[in-house]
Design a protein around this ligand. Structure first.
Ligand SMILES: Nc1nc2c(ncn2[C@@H]2O[C@H](COP(=O)(O)OP(=O)(O)OP(=O)(O)O)[C@@H](O)[C@H]2O)c(=O)[nH]1
Ligand SMILES: [Mg+2]
Length: 377
């Protein structure tokens, strides 16, 4: 395979001067069985980074440069990856800071993970011995640590420890698949969104721990603290969109329809058939649960559809039981607790909180037990 290390640069003349010989003379000879090359994605740096690279290109034939206007890190990577694949024949592309903060000696470890079958390898500072500079100011440390915990939690993807780092390797298939959807996001958001899409599309992800050293030469282009609000906004909006457009949105539509059925039957039962509200509501709930079960089966969770008649009845029974449990213990229980702890006045708020918890409970149970992958066969 051919792997191209993409170094995005904006005024990194002094840094590439040190990094490129290190890659060529020390690191590349350590990578067995793969052809290694370098692409510098330079945004017309005024400090003459490109001239430095052109000098190196005379000495080493596996170096190339792609220049363009400065539209941010994401744009530089999109341009660089396209170039590496189309003009250099790359099978694998690396993202690597040009300022030496990404320990180049880890490159063989990334390639090993690719050899073992990973589609995308993430350099991690937050697991397995990886670390961030001890001398970073407290607010930068806090930003980096909290941002990563935040992203992992909101995306409920705890197996990936470093979402914002920029030391990565990926097969060209990953880039080609996601290219259309990759926007010119600024620094950290580009990294988060790229990884999020790769996971969504089922690519295999692996991690390589590394120590992120402090920048020694040149100046920083990314202002971490300035990104806080943008990162939070991006991650939350992405998650909400994903949930609403995905099975959770369908589940809400199905549940909303069930709720309407329940309400109509309750009203007809009481007003036209003279039933007591309790009995009429039980009938309405029973019909609504039946409707929910079937619509969820053929629509929300259609990828894990229950087809065998025996399974259909067993799961229907489970569905009734878990739905009843949720209504009695979670929804009604929340109202009960609210009433005892804070008084009756807030009953409607407790109802709303209880219903919210109920929705999450049901969705989790349906995913994990009713329509879980293997049990449906
Ligand atoms: N081509 C290009 N490269 C960029 C741009 N912004 C940042 N870079 C490069 O991306 C890499 C990471 O940027 P840095 O400024 O080092 O960000 P950082 O590592 O979070 O910050 P420091 O720890 O202060 O170095 C460096 O190689 C930069 O030169 C850009 O707009 N265009
Ligand atoms: Mg840096």
């Amino acid at each position: 395979m051919k792997a191209v290390i993409i170094l995005p640069t904006y005024n990194e003349k002094e840094n590439v001067h040190k990094l490129i010989p290190l890659l060529e003379e020390v690191v590349f000879p350590k990578v067995e069985n793969h052809e290694m090359a370098i692409l510098v994605a330079d945004d017309n740096s005024p400090d003459g980074t490109a001239d430095e690279i052109r000098e190196f290109m005379k000495k080493w034939k596996n170096i190339d440069i792609s220049q363009g206007p400065k539209h941010g890190l994401g744009a530089a990577y999109i341009r660089g990856m396209s170039y590496a694949i189309e003009h250099m024949g790359a099978d694998v592309v690396f993202e690597m800071d040009a300022d030496g903060q990404h320990d180049p000696m880890k490159i063989p470890d990334f390639m090993k993970k690719i050899d073992e079958g990973a589609d995308m390898v993430i350099g991690t500072r937050y697991s397995g011995g990886g670390s961030i500079p001890a001398n970073w100011p407290p607010q930068r440390k806090a930003f980096s640590i909290v941002a990563n915990i935040f992203v992992r939690t909101v995306f409920t993807k705890f197996s990936i420890h470093d979402w914002t780092g920029g030391y990565r390797a990926l097969k060209k298939e990953v880039f080609l698949k996601e290219k259309k959807e990759l926007s010119n996001f600024k620094g950290y958001i580009f990294q988060i969104s790229f990884l999020h899409k790769a996971i969504r599309d089922g690519f295999t992800i692996a991690e390589v721990p590394f120590h992120f050293s402090d920048r020694k030469l040149g100046s920083s282009k990314i202002a971490p603290v300035g990104y806080i609000i943008e990162v939070v906004k991006f991650v939350i909006l992405t998650r909400i969109k994903e949930l609403l457009l995905g099975s959770f949105g369908k589940y809400l539509v199905v549940g909303g329809f069930g709720f309407l059925l329940n309400a109509i039957i309750l009203k007809i039962g009481v007003e036209f058939f003279n039933l007591t509200p309790t009995v009429a509501n039980l009938a309405g709930a029973a019909v609504a649960i039946f409707s929910n079960y079937n619509f969820n089966n053929i629509w929300t969770f259609r990828h894990h559809k229950i087809t065998s008649p025996k399974q259909y009845f067993i799961k229907l029974l489970h569905f009734y039981l878990t739905s009843a449990f949720g209504v009695i213990f979670i929804q009604t229980g929340t109202i009960f607790l609210g009433d005892i702890l804070f008084g009756k006045e807030g009953y409607f708020l407790y109802f709303l909180i209880g219903t919210g918890l109920l929705l999450i409970w049901n969705f989790t149970i349906y995913n994990k037990f009713i329509w879980k992958k293997k049990s449906t066969q």
